[in-house]
Design a binder for this molecule. Sequence first.
Ligand code: NIG
Ligand code: FE
Length: 433
Amino acid sequence: MGDGRQPVDLIVMNVGELLTLDGPPGGRVGKAARDLSIIRGGAIACREGRIVAVGTEREVIGDHRAGRDAVVLDARGSTVSPGLVDPHTHAVFARTREDEFAMRIEGRSYEEIAEAGGGIRSSVRYVRAATEDELLNVGSATLDRMMAHGTTTAEVKSGYGLSLDAEIKTLKVIAELGESHAIDVVPTFLGAHEFPDEWRDDRDGYVSHVADQMIPAVTSRRLARFCDVFCEEGVFTVEQSRKVLEAGRARGLAPKIHADELHPSGGAELAAELGAASADHLVCVSERGIRALAAAGVPAVLLPGTTLSLGKTDFAPARTMIELGVPVALATDCNPGSSMTESMQIIISLASMMLRMTPAEAITAATVNAAVAVGAADEVGSIAPGKLCDLVIWEVDDHRAIPYHYGVNLARTVVKRGRVVVDRESDGGPDGR
Ligand code: NIG
Ligand code: FE
């Protein structure tokens, strides 16, 4: 029996502070990055995984009713945001590297450990020896932890295989995770992550191998959306990076760059020249590089967890980027070497505490701007009709408490494509209410 109202299959009501992040398409820069488009006393209705209505409770309930078997979630006055988007992870690996972490605490640098055969190359040895099932198990446990902390979309890179077979194996695992896990996975090919042992004496030879052999193998199997490269002193030069990224782009892979992480290496300028989908890290970026990113509209993906985990105290110049008009996004960089965390919440806290991003800027960077950085802003990153119904119902009722109350999980309920995928309340947590 109808009453004129449309039946829907999920309603979230009684939202104290609804952070819609709704606004014009594209990355948010300058003052717009502080505008979360908040509705007070809000509600959301969703059908078949997509949002059909957002507004005040009166507006939404006036036009929509719970259909048969619908789920109605009472937010009890708390904050609701879009599901978090993590636009830079290396979530598929075989083993963790706490041994290297302990060495760094005792004074060895990340680069020294890498030069001695550790670092990325130690992960490569493990990944080459691992089966697809082993990689799938690690990847799936990692995505579970991401989702428990509010992430509903994650970019995942290859780059611990560094041979044609091991890169394809990794990308197949990433594709399988995208199929089997509730999180939406955006796959990136990172064959140019490091020079593997067998190519260290012929670096240009490896670059040609990546460009001429690996990229066609990846694109003919449709295993990636982006092509990334670690442009850094001692790793890929700007010239080598350009060659890899142009080869990727010629076959439909949009470029991304690990740029200016440890030294100013011209990565940001290259990202701007190529119109990259994003330039990531940018701890040592020059002002010229920042201006080039702003002029080209290339989003910056900042990874303060990596700076922290490497024991460094100089963080990426986020304030200058925001002021000069670069769209800033945040990511975990989740990887066993330089940032072993799945939690975008701790990254949001670090962004406020160490990058001096306001709570609103940090939330924008972890939602809509992160979605832009992975080319998914049509689908995710904001709460608006037609978008996927990906939400976090928080334990707090003021978004400023998300960076403020740090080191604990504040995500109470996570909704992915209209389905409750994490419900810590009915699991007895977080506060047993
Ligand atoms: O983004 N910078 C290069 N790649 C990773 C580190 C990978 C590793 O150490 O395993 C990063 O920090
Ligand atoms: Fe990375």
